[in-house]
Design a protein around this ligand. Structure first.
Ligand SMILES: Cc1ncc(COP(=O)(O)O)c(C=O)c1O
Length: 393
């Protein structure tokens, strides 16, 4: 566990507020994975007892995830990441075998969707990029207005990874289904934070990533609604009912299953708990002047707060907070480390100077009120310092 020093030099464990980037592994998940990292092993495709035990373990995980999602186990394809699952739909071209036609893609998708769509656009497909409103919400009617007779796929995430806004997937899915247009829903950020049911969403493909809900890295899944066309993206062996070549990562998948089981059992407590912490934080923030909470008026994930601390450059603030013992993100996890303005904030038309001062704070149900209060104290101090330094320049 990383450590740091407080302002009077005491050593303390660093505090983690970056759960949208990844979550810690739940010790109960780790406990069920551990045998599969040691004495238990086997390739689920092997016919002998070792293989069959591994196969049974992955099938239990499939049932656990199916139960969380209200899906049939056979509709789930295990993948190595959410990125792979999203790419598998767009670049595996399950929806169409040629590169003609049209896609509708929201402008606030994760790079694993929008960069794949961009690659298809470069290869000759037409893409309609639909912008959100100023709160980071896609408007269902605006998405649907772009759907045409030659539309092959609509991509709309369930919850945005940066601002946390929830999107009108159910309404878009309903209309698309009537028109026979398949929908890909990236639910990676929503699962474990809000209820997600494949029975209600009216979508055809849905993506899941275990490391966002206290499961391990390297385990994710793509749900493909029964009867919907699916072309394997990775070609090779006949694993996953010929849908995803490559030996299944048994320990990680076992962990994914247990994480899904725990999320299903505990969602009712986790959601309100994270919301309490987020509300405490946003209430405390009012003591700092010139703060904007992005998406404040929208329905959001209970754990995510995306704020601009105007006049305090976010890269400098992030580093100062890190040194003070607080892990947050400036923009989305996958773009942290780069200083490009956030694509989502640009699409929301957040002014550049505000976007450059934005932080994402994403709480977990394991955080405490004391941690939130300590963070508010440090944030106020560092923002005041940075504003003072920048007013001198
Ligand atoms: C909304 C969303 N989709 C997809 C991904 C990619 O998931 P993975 O890290 O498993 O590739 C992320 C990761 O941050 C995400 O937030």
């Amino acid at each position: 566990m990383p450590e740091c020093r407080d302002r009077i030099g005491h050593s303390m464990p660093a505090i983690y507020f970056d759960h949208n980037a990844t979550t810690p592994l739940d010790p109960r998940v780790r406990a069920v994975m551990e045998p599969w990292l040691g004495e238990q092993y086997g390739n689920p495709a092997s016919l002998h007892a070792f293989g069959q035990a591994a196969r049974d373990a992955t099938e239990v995980a499939r049932e656990q995830l199916a139960s969380l999602l209200g899906a049939r186990p056979a509709e789930l394809v295990f993948t190595a990441s959410g990125t792979e699952a999203n790419n598998a739909v767009l670049l595996g071209r399950s929806w169409e075998g040629n590169l003609e036609g049209h896609l509708v893609v929201s402008a606030i998708e994760h790079p694993s969707v929008w960069k794949a769509a961009l690659a298809l656009q470069d290869a000759g497909m037409e893409v309609s990029w639909v912008e959100p409103d100023g709160q980071g919400r896609m408007v269902a009617a605006e998405v649907l207005a772009e759907v045409r007779d030659d539309t092959k796929l609509v991509c709309l995430m369930l919850a945005n990874n940066e601002v946390g806004t929830l999107q009108p997937v159910e309404a878009v899915g309903r209309d698309c289904r009537e028109r026979g247009v398949p929908v890909l829903c990236d639910a990676v950020q929503a699962i474990g934070k809000v209820p997600v049911s494949t029975a209600n969403l009216n979508v055809d493909y849905l993506t899941v990533g275990a490391h966002k809900f206290y499961g391990p890295l390297g385990a994710a899944a793509l749900w493909v609604r029964k009867g919907v066309k699916y072309e394997p993206f990775l070609k090779g062996g006949s694993q996953e009912r010929q849908r995803r070549a490559g030996t299944v990562n048994v320990p990680a998948v076992v962990g994914l299953g247990e994480a899904a089981r725990l999320a299903a059992d505990e969602l009712g407590q986790r959601g309100p708990r994270m919301k309490e912490l987020r509300e405490r934080f946003e209430t405390g923030l009012q003591a700092i002047d010139n703060v904007v909470v992005h998406g404040r008026d929208a329905e959001r994930l209970p754990n995510t707060s995306h704020v601009a601390l105007v006049g305090a450059d976010s890269e400098s603030l992030l580093i100062r907070l890190d040194l003070a013992g607080f892990a947050v993100s400036s923009g989305s996890a996958c773009s942290s480390g780069t200083v490009e303005p956030s694509r989502t904030l640009r699409a929301m038309r957040v002014p550049e100077e505000e976007a450059a001062c934005s932080l994402r704070i994403s709480f977990g149900h394991g955080n405490t009120e004391q941690e939130v209060d300590a963070f508010l104290d440090a944030l106020s101090h560092e923002v005041t310092e940075l504003r003072r330094l920048s007013s001198r320049q």
